[in-house]
Design a protein around this ligand. Sequence first.
Ligand code: NAD
Length: 495
Amino acid sequence: MNVAAISPVISTAMPIGPADGARGLYIGGQWMWPEGRAAICVVDPSTEAVLARVPDATVEDAQAAIEAAAGAAEAWRSTPPRRRSEILRRCFELMTARTEDLARLIALENGKALRDARGEVAYAADFFRWNAEEAVRIRGDFALSPTGANHIVVDYEPIGICVLITPWNFPAAMATRKIAPALAAGCTVVLKPASETPLTAYALAALYQEAGVPPGVVNVLTTSAPGPVTAAMLADPRVRKLSFTGSTQIGRVLLAEAAKRVLSCSMELGGNAPLIVFDDADLDVALEGVMLAKMRNAGEACTAANRIYVQAGIYDRFAEALTARMSALKVGPGTDASTECGPMITRAAVGKIERLVDDAVSRGAKLLCGGRRPEGAGFFYPPTVLSEVPHDAVMAHEEIFGPVAALARFETEDEAVAFANATEYGLAAYVFTQDLARGLRVSRRIDTGMVGLNRGLVSDPAAPFGGTKQSGLGREGGAHGVLEFLEAKYIATRL
Ligand code: NAD
């Protein structure tokens, strides 16, 4: 299957390649494939076939994109909030109307199962609905100074031109979670999506154009040289903000780069989520929660349950029931309606999962199911359960980012909290217990930005998403999301 076969709506907006009507980079409201630019091949992770080609932008293209964002900035920040809100609402409506096309495109280039892709489109679209509502609710402050000498007037202004960088695991949602609040705040942006999944970003750019987002307000470029291209954009004196979602490793590099011009940074980085199941948990609720927290996107989620701690009294029953659920999952191409676990994003990702599983087994973990990659084309890895994973296993400290459930036993509440906090990451955690007092107590003791209590999913456009420790800086979603794109302006006023 190729892009054109999936949907004429999307394929006409798609940069398919120089030979077949390429539209390419989206800069200043124009689709372009600048002279001499190489192509980046987009690969179907289910078959390893090349799906499409997109332009490989250079530093010069990045400068053109910043120029376009700068050119559109003044008009966009002075567009009445109600008008901005209506355009964002239109983006929500168009995305919702095209859920099926967008979901199939995501399933094709990312490999995730269609049901997960549909969920992603709904989540991604909702950032436009939420921020359409936020755009007209940005309020300042007015107060008498305690000295009585003057009034304190605080206004919230758009922070300026923003560079947005997103990963491949949620190609729609990670982009809209930034673009929607940035536009609500009155900022213009340049998005650099991951090279593995650029087609969704470009399809959405066409949709923004159709929704009435003016030329230059959103610009999109793909590149195989993210380091120099990003550095050039961050060096431009007109850029004021970097919003990044990706690994902690690259986040550190970008924080150092942004420090050169003291740029405002929002960082949504890696995770190593603990999931704790107490003896008194409802077994069915906990199993459902683990399946969601572990297997959404086949484990390729920053919030994925990376370490599953189960209390001794329920451990054996839980391990057996989870193994039954995991082994029954249907593995296949994301675009097949019956698939429950799609391929990983690349061969390298499969290699990493294999190494982590081999390491855990060599240290004493027991393999309850899976653990062996299938022969043939596609980057598949089977749903796998490991029991008694020791604390010194590499997977206890690094993101697995795959369909591997790593179980370990604990005895007491204090022990569970200590295990959960033994990581440099602090993105998400999950707690399952029927004792609400215990659930809240443990949730507060775990050092993460988010906790799912008797629930395997935390993402919600109306809630602040983000991490503590080395999982990031700032929050996306909820009332916090738009604040990341605003600057407080204080005017000491004598009336
Ligand atoms: P990555 O860090 O390798 O890449 C993320 C983005 O950064 C991509 O667009 C990539 O091209 C770009 N990039 C890579 N090197 C760069 C450089 N030197 N300068 C500028 N940009 C550069 O991450 P990934 O493999 O695409 O995504 C998986 C990671 O993202 C995981 O660690 C996951 O936990 C994390 N993630 C976090 C969240 C969150 O909200 N906290 C959400 C999704 C994914």
